[in-house]
Design a protein around this ligand. Sequence first.
Ligand code: IPE
Ligand code: IPE
Ligand code: MG
Length: 235
Amino acid sequence: MVSTDSSGVPRHIACVMDGNGRWAQQQGLPRIEGHKQGEHALFEAVEGALELGVEWLTVYAFSTENWRRPADEVKFLINFNEDILLRRQQELHDRGVQIRFVGRRDWRVPKRLIKRMNEATELTKDNTKLVFTIAFNYGGQAEIVDAVKQLITEGVPADKVDEKAIASRLYDPQMPPVDLMVRTSGEYRISNFLLWELAYSELYFTETLWPDFTRDHLHQAVADFQQRARRYGGV
Ligand code: IPE
Ligand code: IPE
Ligand code: MG
């Protein structure tokens, strides 16, 4: 295992879980088999975060753009996310993990899934080991649009609109800025993930496809992060 310095552990890691389809293709399997295999990697990431003492782990499970996929894949992803929640929320609860969600709730997501999300959040709300946030029906631009709509609805005057005013109206105002963003599968882009929260994040890209991702890969990403000099615009 890669050694990491416990003092410089990122408080918030965000993962773009990418490459499920290509993983399946490489095995000669249908794309959904890649998503199924991705469940193991997801729990590896959670275990890695727990081992490292990361406080916040956020994963991109379904984007506002993923609705463009073939209907059967969309349907699979929605049902699969519900299925994972039902099968594994107790285990996360037992591990002291708090489950949260970010994303558009009032648009396209089946009511039944919203209900499951609320139940998982309610069950785990007092846990303190790790805040595990699932970005579902999430888009970074949509999140900012929704925050701006909220400001207008509240009648906030223009001279009162600042970074704090927007940040406090994002899907989860308690979510801290992302320290480290990890994307698998050799794609070097953000794909509309956490645009606001990523402002000063360190970015880490790996060729590993998401279904092959393990806690060791997370340790590796953190070790890399620990070599970076974060300046926030200063010197
Ligand atoms: C990531 O894997 C999972 C989701 C976007 C839901 P992909 O399905 O994007 O896999 P590739 O990028 O096609 O290989
Ligand atoms: C980003 O992956 C979304 C998720 C991981 C849920 P995509 O595979 O959808 O991103 P693009 O289309 O390659 O940018
Ligand atoms: Mg992809």
